[in-house]
Design a protein. Structure first.
Length: 82
């Protein structure tokens, strides 16, 4: 097998921004921020939606500010008649 063919995997901590829950795993993602957990240095990746906060798993809907997006789209891309 050729050397340096596969990306290096490292311990990573995915953090749910809304709940603060941490998910420890191994990934090839490169992280700027690190955190020591149990004597092991993990890269920290903030996530907006995880299994801990996704509406399909929690049954709770979150309001996302999309007011005006449809109108803005229609105004920008509507065909002018006349």
């Amino acid at each position: 097998m050729k050397k340096d063919r596969h990306p290096e995997s490292r311990p990573v901590c995915f953090v749910d921004v809304s709940s603060g829950r941490e998910f420890l795993t191994i990934s090839t993602i490169k992280c700027r921020e690190t955190k020591e957990i149990g004597g092991v240095v993990h890269g920290v990746v903030p996530c907006d939606v995880t299994a801990d906060s996704h509406p399909a798993y929690t049954g709770i809907r979150r309001f996302v500010g999309t007011a005006g997006r449809v109108e803005k789209f229609q105004k920008r891309f509507s065909r002018r008649r006349g």
